[in-house]
Ligand binder design. Structure first.
Ligand SMILES: Cc1ncc(COP(=O)(O)O)c(C=O)c1O
Length: 453
């Protein structure tokens, strides 16, 4: 009998994260101060993040040890299994082998606790008492609430208003772990009040919620801000996913042809793929395929320029693919994939051709999610379903071309709190949406004017 679940022992769990920065062909363009446009120094970031995370952000050390306390919490759900999607393969009649790394088994239901836990840990070590953050669909907010609860930190989550109303159960989950959740835009911050003055019915966006959370953190001495994606240190923490996957594939002697992940800010995709980068750079033919919604086509339609990380222009200016920081997404159900930018590390490698990207509208994405749920069982998060769509399309290509490839995707989260989206799909109420070219051109007029050296 062939094993369909490849496990690692807890003693085989990686004990260091992989930092891709020393392996890049050139260093990342420096992040710039949102006020002065000058390169940011560690001191500029100190009111926002603890020093240990700032150091990780710029570290050129290839391996960074995972602290013992973090490892012991990871053991609550890690190592996660790598599963062979045999029943999906059979349904597709593909000669390809499809594997998925199941990150939905964490307490919060996604890959996000992989970074929430170390972020809470490093803040606690530096005597921070309270963390603020934003959340879109609620996955990140729940992960940080869980992390803060373990280290006895207060947690304030600004939740994008449309999701706050669409997903009351995510709010309840956050409150169960002790967090305070505020719908954003709110009247609690200056950035929120400004948006509400212009549009009292604003549905909110990740960019606005980030502005509120950053403003809240910098105003209080006892608080810092925590981001669930995009940044280098977040990606660093997520490499535990790819490192385990690599060890699991080695156990069954499978060499991946394509690694697939959905991209919101880029953290699960990067954490999953980057540990394979040294081999890819050395010439191994492994494809890295990023999947995004056509409603927020950052990589496939954005431009590679310096832009603000948030709407109120408080977060650092970074070089990334962007749809413009004024981007207000349509209300698609993959809330976690609606960010206007993406991780600078992912963007640089995409620009250099190491990463490919594809965009899908939501109906074909939910068709893929349904097929997965009906063959493999677990109901995917709408974000994750983007990766499944692409994996299915790759497997169908293998059937047509009679190729026995190894397709591996990251199952970034389950959709147990996203059933309203499934309900909308099942009653034919989901609309496909393509972000129009004119809107992108319009938003790009507001990019900051900075010299690119
Ligand atoms: C289940 C799931 N997958 C993917 C993402 C996208 O984030 P990232 O690109 O940082 O992995 C999110 C974000 O909320 C998510 O909840």
């Amino acid at each position: 009998m062939e094993e369909t679940r490849i496990n690692l022992l807890q003693s085989e769990m990686p004990r260091a994260w992989y930092n891709i920065q020393p392996d890049l062909s050139h260093p990342l363009p420096p992040p710039l101060h949102p006020g002065t446009g000058k390169p940011l120094g560690p001191q500029d970031l100190a009111p926002i993040f603890p020093m240990r995370l700032i150091e990780q952000e710029v570290s050129q050390q290839r391996w960074i040890d995972i602290p013992e306390e973090v490892l012991s919490i990871y053991r609550l759900w890690r190592p996660t299994p790598l599963c062979r999607a045999k029943r999906l393969e059979e349904a597709l009649k593909t000669p390809a082998r499809i594997y998925y790394k199941n990150e939905s088994l964490s307490p919060a239901g996604s890959h996000k606790p992989n970074t929430a836990v170390p972020q809470a840990y490093y803040n606690k070590k530096e005597n921070v008492r309270r963390l603020t953050t934003e959340t879109g669909a609620g996955q990140w907010g729940s992960a940080l609430s869980f992390g803060c609860n373990l280290f006895d930190l207060e947690c304030r989550v600004y939740m994008v208003k449309v999701s706050y109303h669409q997903k009351p159960y995510r709010r309840m989950l956050m409150e169960t772990w002790g967090a305070k959740v505020t719908p954003s835009p709110s009247d609690q911050t200056e950035s929120g009040r400004k948006i509400l003055a212009k549009d009292p019915n604003s549905p909110g966006s990740l960019g606005i919620a980030i502005s509120e959370a950053v403003e809240d953190a910098v105003k209080r001495e006892d608080s810092r801000y925590s981001l669930g994606s995009v940044l280098n240190h977040v990606i660093l923490h997520q490499t535990i996913v790819g490192l385990e996957t690599k060890a699991q594939l080695e156990k069954v002697g499978a060499a991946p042809d394509v690694l697939i992940g959905c991209v919101g800010g880029g953290s699960n995709f990067a954490g999953f793929c980057f540990p394979f980068f040294p081999e890819k750079k050395a010439g191994k033919p492994i494809r890295f395929l990023a999947v995004e919604p056509t409603a927020c086509p950052t990589l496939t339609k954005g431009v590679y320029r310096y832009d603000y990380g948030d709407t109120a222009q408080m977060a650092p200016i970074v070089k990334m693919y962007t749809l413009g920081h004024t981007f207000i997404p349509s209300g698609i159900h993959a809330g976690g994939l609606r960010y206007h930018g993406a991780a600078p590390l992912v963007c640089q490698l995409y620009d250099e051709g190491f990463i490919e990207a594809v965009a899908y509208p939501q109906n074909p994405v939910f068709e893929a999610a349904m097929l997965f749920a009906r063959t493999e069982g677990t109901i995917p998060a709408p974000e994750t379903a983007h990766a499944i769509r692409a994996a299915i399309d790759e497997a169908v290509k293998c059937r047509e071309q009679k190729e026995e490839k190894v397709i591996v995707f990251n199952f970034s989260g389950h959709g147990h709190f996203d059933l309203a989206a499934y309900d909308a799909f099942l009653s034919n109420k989901l609309e496909n949406y393509e972000h129009p070219e004119e809107k992108i051109q319009e938003a790009l007029k507001d990019l900051p004017k900075v010299s690119e050296g």
